[in-house]
Design a protein around this ligand. Structure first.
Ligand code: PBG
Length: 328
């Protein structure tokens, strides 16, 4: 049997100095995007039971938390609105009201923290009485009618000053339609972060609790979000979004889809984000709170895994907290 006396990989692991010198991947607060839930009205923030540490924030608290994220070195936040039932409708028209919650939040954020990037979600689910990302007729999500609505929603968010609009709806052709409208409106500088490979995942459960946006019949999300069994299709979705003008693409959820993230980055070499979703957060929190895992160490290891697999940016509910751990 051949043996290789000179090859002793453990030499490069023998102490912290040498390990630091040969380390291939690094994690920094600048990699993170902090998602926030926001709601209208006075009164206390409302904790989200299935996401310990996260709440539906009132505007003043959101501004405080955004400042904390920015000061910890997190360059971007994503805003998700909890819309009151009386503003929900079948077509979701509250999604492009210039006086709606999201445009007001964006204007307040850009005024107070002009350098913090603000990402707004383009999809109808928080506004839809059926909890669907698009417009439903006869049990089907109508692709092209939905795009007309999404284009109006994105234009409204750009007028408010969003740095990125982020279509998370998975309709065919929406990125190109949004790009055309933004350009026509004089918003050529507004960027698009496309939820390109977004899977029909059970890991979104806590997010839907947070926004009260669980699908209430009408249609099946599996007719637009991707089948968890597929990866070649993810490459097609990413390619189309890039051709249509996406500035960044995304894979979502995160940890169960590291192979998809890797293939997307390998194939296209373009700015790629990954979303560590609500169900992933809930699992780390639950196990950590029970003392079953070391939450901080496990979360940092998972986030590093995203970088290793090719992520340029990571949406994570841990963003500000993990930035604090890294800054320690
Ligand atoms: C909806 C949207 C969802 C998430 C982000 N945008 C839920 C869904 O598609 O049902 C999930 C995020 C998370 O679970 O953290 N457009």
């Amino acid at each position: 049997m051949a043996h290789y006396p000179s090859l002793r990989p453990r030499r490069l692991r023998s102490g912290p100095g040498i390990r630091a010198l040969v380390r291939e991947t690094s994690l920094s607060p600048a990699d993170f995007i902090q998602p926030f839930f926001v709601q209208d009205g006075e009164g206390a923030d409302e904790p989200i039971a299935s996401m310990p540490g996260q709440s539906r924030l009132r505007l003043p608290t959101l501004l405080e938390r955004a400042a904390e994220a920015y000061e910890a070195g997190v360059p971007a936040i994503a805003v998700f609105p909890k819309i009151a039932d009386e503003h929900k409708s079948y077509r979701g028209d509250a999604a492009w009201d210039d006086d709606g919650l999201v445009p007001r939040v964006v204007r307040a954020l850009k005024k107070q923290l002009p350098d913090l990037l603000v990402i707004t979600d383009v999809a109808l689910d928080p506004y839809s009485s059926l909890g669907q990302d698009g417009i439903v007729r006869d049990g089907k999500i109508l692709n092209d009618e939905t795009i007309e609505a999404l284009v109006q929603q994105a234009a409204c968010q750009a007028r408010a000053g969003a740095d990125f609009v982020a279509p998370s709806d998975m309709m065919d052709g929406r990125v190109g339609a949004i790009r055309d409208r933004l350009d026509a409106d004089g918003h050529a500088d507004t960027m698009i972060m496309a939820y390109s490979a977004k899977y029909a995942s059970s890991f979104y459960g806590p997010f839907r609790d947070a926004l009260d946006s669980a699908p209430r019949g009408g249609a099946d999300k599996r007719t637009y979000q991707m089948d968890p069994a597929n990866t070649n299709e993810a490459l097609l979705e990413v390619e189309l979004d890039l051709l249509e003008g996406a500035d960044m693409v995304m894979v979502k959820p995160g940890m169960p889809y590291l192979d998809v993230l890797w293939r997307v980055k390998e194939q296209f070499q373009r700015p790629t984000a990954v979303y560590q979703v609500s169900g992933e957060y809930a699992m780390f929190k639950a196990a950590g709170q029970n003392g079953w895992i070391d939450e901080r160490a496990c979360v940092l290891e998972a986030l590093l895994g995203f970088k290793r697999a090719g992520a340029d940016a990571i949406l994570t509910y841990y963003a500000t907290e993990a930035a604090g751990w890294l800054n320690d």
